[in-house]
Design a binder for this molecule. Structure first.
Ligand SMILES: NC(=O)c1ccc[n+]([C@@H]2O[C@H](COP(=O)([O-])OP(=O)(O)OC[C@H]3O[C@@H](n4cnc5c(N)ncnc54)[C@H](OP(=O)(O)O)[C@@H]3O)[C@@H](O)[C@H]2O)c1
Length: 215
């Protein structure tokens, strides 16, 4: 069997921490990086020896798949800053393009009909391929709903069907059933307020049978 792609999680907060932990539970090695090496080292000590802490440039160089578990605006900066290192890589975007609203709650910070996935797909480094995934559930649910029987679904979208095997394998190793929705124009459905988001019309986790009824 061919070796699995190397994966790095960059940004080790709520989502990055949950994704790294879920991958380790699925037996998948993961490289982790944050703005400081200390944070990566701390997470590696907590999760055990499947986790390799790294500095950001080293993590990008070593990995084939880079999960950017940071906020939407910083991702845009990140794509520029590390454009040459990210060339040709698979980039996974879990971001929700929102900010706190004046009257409480959250508001979208891009056009109503736009998605972070579509905006980022226009800013990709040379040869990089983008998948929208891992942002459809809140961080707590992402942790709690992983590795269940029957498995809960994580939806994903990408224009590059050549990476479907790798993204599917990644989602499966993180303890979910992958469901491909289509091109990046479908990202809006799996971002916050979308019809397939936990904080949108769907409002819950779904198994594969339930997901089929929704899509
Ligand atoms: N939280 C959720 O329930 C949820 C659900 C779905 C999707 N998302 C999306 O997931 C992404 C991450 O959210 P989160 O809640 O996990 O955020 P978070 O808890 O604030 O974690 C973000 C992490 O990324 C680090 N970071 C920030 N900028 C960075 C950079 N340029 N390079 C490397 N690391 C950087 C932060 O480091 P510092 O501590 O140094 O700032 C922090 O450790 C966001 O796009 C969010 O919209 C979140």
């Amino acid at each position: 069997m061919s070796q699995k792609s190397k994966v790095a999680v960059i940004g080790l907060g709520n989502i990055g921490g949950a994704v790294a932990s879920n991958l380790v539970k699925g037996g998948r090695p993961v490289i982790v990086a944050d703005r400081t090496f200390a944070k990566a080292k701390e997470l590696a000590q907590k999760l055990g020896n499947l986790v390799q802490p790294a500095e950001i440039p080293g993590a990008i160089k070593e990995a084939d798949i880079i999960i950017l578990a940071i906020y939407f605006n910083p991702i845009q900066e990140f794509l520029k800053q590390y454009a040459s290192d990210l060339a040709g890589k698979i980039i996974v975007d879990p971001s929700n393009p929102i900010a706190p609203a004046d009257g409480g709650g959250f508001k979208k910070i891009i056009g109503e009909n736009d998605s972070a996935g579509q905006v980022l797909s226009a800013q990709l480094p040379k040869g990089a391929k983008l998948a929208k995934a891992f942002g459809t559930l809140g961080a707590a649910t992402l942790g709690n709903a992983a590795h269940q029987t029957p498995a809960n679904v994580l939806f994903y979208a990408t224009n590059d069907i050549s990476i479907n095997t790798e993204i599917g394998e990644l989602i499966r190793d993180s303890g979910f059933e992958p469901v491909y929705l289509g091109g990046i124009d479908q990202a809006i459905r799996i971002e916050v307020f979308g019809d397939l988001h936990e904080f949108g019309a769907l409002g819950r986790t779904v198994t594969l049978a339930e997901a089929k009824a929704e899509i």
